[in-house]
Write a protein that binds this ligand. Structure first.
Ligand code: BG6
Ligand code: MG
Length: 217
């Protein structure tokens, strides 16, 4: 049997950080004189920080010089880091530790495949860093999701064929990236939004051992 690997997205799969990203983007939008809604924030899931700022400025109809753009990228991240400063294990999404422990107990390699450049400190804060054999994040990629680069690097780091990798994702762009990498895509969240995923669950409480055994066989 060929080796199987699991790849987890971070934001919205392991921790609910979307709310903090939203607060930081909203603060910047408000400072620039326009509103930014929770509905608009949906477009930011799985999307790189740079691309998020481009979309935000489009929403506000704002043209920025390169210098302003770079300053706002930094400002947003400073605010985001302040929001997550006190984050701890209590913010890990339900049953994520159970699934990670199950995989670890069965010696299954686990990677992180995230667009975030803050992935490592977040995993440290929520005390899950030790579960991961490889961490591939926004610092390691040149192409953002839906490009499959992040997941292909993760598969290579784990020494697992892409077709033997299973990806958990909450973002449409992430599901598309997993599908382009020819991996098994599992959507975490609204089935209607993540309709391109091969399997879908609202959250990890719906993923039982039988399903994991099925994936491993
Ligand atoms: C993704 C989030 O995981 O990371 C996006 O879903 C975010 O909303 C992106 O923009 C980049 O994150 P960071 O932490 O590098 O700004
Ligand atoms: Mg995500």
């Amino acid at each position: 049997m060929q080796k199987i690997g699991f790849i987890f997205d971070l934001d919205g799969v392991i921790v609910d950080t979307a709310k903090y990203h939203y607060l930081a983007w909203k603060k910047l939008a408000n400072e620039l004189g326009f509103e930014f809604t929770k509905e608009q924030n949906e477009m930011f899931k799985g999307v790189s920080r740079k691309r998020c700022l481009e979309i935000l400025l489009d929403i506000g109809n704002i043209t920025a010089s390169q210098e302003q753009f770079d300053t706002w990228m930094v400002d947003k991240n400073v605010d985001y880091l302040a929001y997550i400063e006190n984050m701890d294990e209590s913010e890990v999404l339900p049953d994520v530790p159970r699934v990670l422990s199950y995989l670890k107990d069965n010696n299954i390699p686990i990677a992180l495949g995230s667009a975030s450049k803050n992935a490592r400190p977040i995993l440290e804060k929520v005390k899950l860093l030790s579960f991961f054999d490889s961490i591939v994040d926004g610092n390691n990629v040149t192409k953002a999701k839906p490009d499959p680069e992040v997941f292909l690097i993760a598969a290579e780091n784990l020494g697992v064929q892409p077709s033997k990798c299973i990806v958990f994702e909450d973002a449409v762009a992430g599901i598309q990236a997993a599908n382009s990498a020819r991996m098994i895509s599992i959507g975490i969240g609204d089935e209607k939004v993540l309709s391109e995923a091969q399997f879908n669950f609202n959250d990890f409480t719906e993923i039982d051992d039988d399903f994991l055994v099925k994936l491993l066989s």
